[in-house]
Ligand binder design. Structure first.
Ligand code: G6P
Length: 608
């Protein structure tokens, strides 16, 4: 988590940095800070709370003149959100300023050693050891000192560093935390993610593990951990510059929900050719696909929910055993993996620490890893054997919507491809699946047209205390995501249950008026789901159902029904999730909450 930005060039640094930080607030927003060199010394400004507070404090950067600076928006790990703990951090003399994203795992040991040598620490952060340790090694050559620090620190970091006695340079370094750098005619930039730089440049360099960067207004040089100069390829970012703007919507979340038809199309269309699914980036022959013994899907959060859905689709269509796990559990349970299994990791950011470690673990067991990733050039994309990009563009709202939808499409495509390669479906069946997939964007559009109705319904539940989501099969996977969408942005307690499991305890929580959202799109499980709805309704629940058009008899068991257009049973998730995303969104709006920046959360979880 945390976002970092840096600038060196002809323009005023503070304004550019504040603008970049605004685009990175999804990474953390409990405090923020700036360090700008004014020609003589490094000045620092920090504030607690959203970036707006720092903007007000510095009058949009005007009180911090200078052409070289670094900035940070924080998601606290070590030490509460406070001005003292906010970045940038300084060495004791105040001549080296550092912003950091990641965790320095051996910071206590380093801090104790430095304290014995007379260094005084002000904050509770792990980060403060960095400027102090740089100071300890610094003999006038920043590169040499940074290289020594890299060899001493354990953990993850992306760093932006300025030195008072090297006023023409910014330094940066990274390990297991994202960092990009770029240049335009006015100067050079560093940032945690593309949106921070998009306004200024589309040509960026992705920094590799344990690499160091030196930026001047006109030049960028790259070095390995030992300080040896290395060459790097420039990457052209194709994202639309407006992609990271709200574009007339009240919130990024609503904008991103409305981008779902396009996202689905963009992820789907390039992989359909002549009535067939073509996933060239898979790098697997049909024979290799046939020889697979098992698929293991690993991810976190909503991406994990995509995995739960994908299990039903892959097992159902391709008849291949699938195991799904959350990455934080997978990596510590000593999983039994073998070479004839494929590990699929799913991640919007491509930087989630647990998912990245799961990938590394799979590699060390000799498994091939396929990554479904949204952010081009991210750590997971770079380390996986093959990458299937979801072409969702930048997703800013912390609660994912369009990236989730794109991940589902990627999973369906893999399932169809595998099913065909394993002779589980004919080419005619493959064509039918493809036809159904192609209809999804228009069907999603249709559902988005019902947003006012969903808003009216949501307004009735803004004061709800508990909301339960139930479903069976794929509908259970949808329930998991619907429930997460609601709770993460509305702070209403919500749980998702496999509908048949409800009576093993949770049904005792149903009281008069408790809202139960029942997802019933799967024909073979429909009657059973209706029985579960009746069970909760007779105990006082208010039941909202999401089901397929034509299932009107559900109205006997449900108090409120949302119909989704007819699609193949395997693809129902892509449609049923839309009203549930809108429901979560409008509840949050109705409660007057900060929809795009829910408390305690961050979008890119780069710490364990
Ligand atoms: C965070 C985000 C979620 C996301 C999860 C996994 O919790 O708030 O929206 O699903 O991380 O992130 P990833 O980038 O790996 O998909």
């Amino acid at each position: 988590m945390c976002g970092i930005v840096g600038y060196i060039g002809k323009q005023q640094a503070a304004e550019i940095i504040l603008n970049g930080l605004e685009k990175l607030e999804y990474r953390g927003y409990d405090s923020a800070g700036l360090a700008v060199f004014d020609g003589e010394k490094i000045n620092i400004s920090k504030s607690v709370g959203r970036l707006k507070a720092l903007e007000e404090l510095t009058h949009g950067g005007e009180t911090m003149p200078g052409n070289i600076g670094i900035g940070h928006t924080r998601w606290a790990t070590h030490g509460e959100p406070s001005e003292t703990n906010a970045h940038p951090h300084l060495n004791s003399k105040g001549t080296i300023a550092v912003v950091h994203n990641g965790i320095i795992e051996n910071y206590i040991k380093l801090r104790n050693k430095l304290t014995k040598k007379g260094y005084e620490f002000k904050s509770e952060t792990d980060t403060e050891v960095i400027p102090q340790l740089i100071d300890y090694y610094y003999k006038g050559d920043p590169l040499e000192a940074i290289s020594k620090v890299i060899h001493r620190v354990e953990g993850s970091y992306s760093l932006g560093i300025i030195f008072e006695d090297h006023p023409g340079e910014i330094f940066a370094a990274r390990k297991s935390s994202p960092l990009i750098v770029g240049k335009n005619d006015s100067g050079s930039f560093i940032g945690s993610d593309v949106p921070a730089l998009l306004k200024y440049t589309r040509k960026v360099y992705y920094i590799g593990e344990e690499e160091i960067v030196r930026l001047t207004p006109d030049e960028i040089n790259f070095y390995d951990a030992d300080g040896e100069e290395i060459e790097k390829q420039i990457t052209e970012i194709k994202w639309d510059a407006n992609a990271a703007e709200k574009g007339g919507y009240d919130h990024f979340m609503l904008k991103e929900i409305f981008e779902e038809p396009k996202t689905v199309r963009d992820t789907l269309n390039p992989r359909i050719r002549d009535g067939r699914v073509m996933i060239e980036e898979l790098n697997m022959t049909d024979e290799e696909i046939r020889d697979l013994r098992k698929i293991v899907i690993v991810a976190c959060g909503s991406a994990y929910h995509v995995g739960v859905s994908a299990r039903y689709v892959l097992e159902g269509m391709a008849r291949i055993p699938v195991e799904v796990d959350v990455a934080s559990e997978f990596r510590y349970r000593n999983p039994i993996l073998s070479k004839d299994e494929l590990v699929i990791v799913i991640s919007q950011s491509g930087e989630t620490a647990d998912t990245l470690e799961a990938l590394r673990l799979a590699h060390s067991s000799g498994c091939k890893v396929l990554a479904i990733v949204n952010v081009v050039g991210s750590s997971i994309a770079r380390e996986a054997d093959s990458v299937m990009y979801t072409w969702a563009g930048p997703e800013i709202s912390v609660a994912t919507t369009k990236a989730y939808s794109a991940q589902l499409i990627a999973a369906y495509l893999i399932a169809i491809k595998f099913a065909y390669a394993r002779d589980m479906i004919s080419s005619a069946e493959m064509k039918e699946y493809i036809e159904d997939l192609k209809k999804l964007p228009d069907q999603i559009d249709l559902l988005l047209g019902g947003k006012e109705r969903m808003q009216r319904f949501a307004n009735r539940y803004v004061a709800a205390r508990d909301v339960f989501y139930i479903g069976r099969g794929i509908d259970y996977a949808i329930a998991l995501e619907g429930s997460l969408k609601l709770k993460e942005i509305s702070y209403i307690h919500s749980e998702a249950y496999a509908a048949g499991e409800l009576k093993h305890g949770t049904i005792s929580l149903i009281e008069d008026g408790t809202l139960v959202v029942s997802v019933a799109t799967q024909k073979d499980l429909y009657q059973k789901e209706i029985s579960n709805m009746v069970e909760v309704k007779t105990r006082g629940a208010f039941v909202m159902a999401v089901t397929n058009e034509g299932n009107s008899e559900i109205e006997k068991a449900a108090d409120y029904v949302v119909y989704i257009p007819e699609t193949n049973k395997y693809f129902a998730n892509s449609l049923a999730i839309i009203p549930l995303q809108l429901f979560g969104y409008y509840i949050s709006v109705g409660r007057g909450l900060d929809v795009d920046h829910p408390r305690n959360l961050a979008k890119s979880v780069t710490v364990e």
